[in-house]
Design a protein around this ligand. Sequence first.
Ligand code: ADP
Ligand code: MG
Length: 334
Amino acid sequence: MSSSSISSLAAIGEFGLISRITGRVVTNESVIAGIGDDAAVTALSPGMQLLTSTDMLLEDVHFRRSWHDPYRLGRKSLAVSISDIAAMGGIPRWSLLSIAIPADLPLVFIDDFMCGYLSMAAENNVILIGGDTCSSRAGLVLSVTIMGEQLPEQVVCRSGAQPGDDIWVTGTLGDAALGLKLSEDGEPVSEELIARLLDPAPRVSAARALTEAGVVTAMIDVSDGILADFGHIAEHSGVGGCIQIGALPLSRYFCSYSADFSDIPYHLALSGGEDYELCFTADRSNRENISDCMKKCGIAMTRIGIVSSSVGVSAVYPDGSIYKAQRDGFTHFK
Ligand code: ADP
Ligand code: MG
């Protein structure tokens, strides 16, 4: 794409841009009609149900063009949607990408964005099957719809947590939030931390291992911080829970940067957001099965608390004192 001498959107127009995108798309046998017709036609695998989710990313609300290089912005815009399918135990399959583009945005930005988007798609066997393209008068607007599939018995909802279940989380928490904080403060920040913020990895293989093993009672992806997101599981399941702060999985990058603070910034791990890890609940009899899943997918899974029958979610320090939230996870309009 970027080898072309054409450098502006005005020169190629809406349809030029669509065919530029279409030229890069790899398809497969599940797509009967992809980009080009009035609607895409796809075939679900036998016996599977369709899972659908959509997300918007707005310039200066979800990302800043001055920070987020277009390649990683493309990757992230699809990754956050794939993460939603993973959190339902689904197999991601197809996506739609709608973009509203400021007329003066250099074409190379869109080319690099699409390179990133399609690299994330290829890594997860997701096919781009359509979208919409228009001009924007107020920043870059991205809307991604993802579709996935799964057998009905392997779909995992937020609503199945049982009192006494263990609360688990994949990977590590707080890295993206710490990366954001250090960047905002103008502090030096390692590539590893910044990558957690700009190029998160959806935990598809971990989710697939867990759902195939049939060990999960409820699951959610951690986009707004573990306290808020476990809170959603608790609310939908009609339960509560207690998270042990001392058990939170923190990366070595998080710990080494934290050494500069007077206290470990636990609030970033609890309420920081944008981790895109998975939080799930499972009966305690499945601890060994879960460690087998962990070996199978190569993603760490850590037990961080217990589901309770009484409603309300708390977090407790190792000395038994209760964590007081500075703020709950991110919400719009507040
Ligand atoms: P319509 O007029 O029916 O809305 P469009 O002209 O918007 O059709 O789009 C033509 C085709 O290109 C459709 O198949 C649509 O899904 C696809 N398309 C448009 N924009 C994008 C995009 N940004 N990414 C992928 N496919 C796109
Ligand atoms: Mg259209």
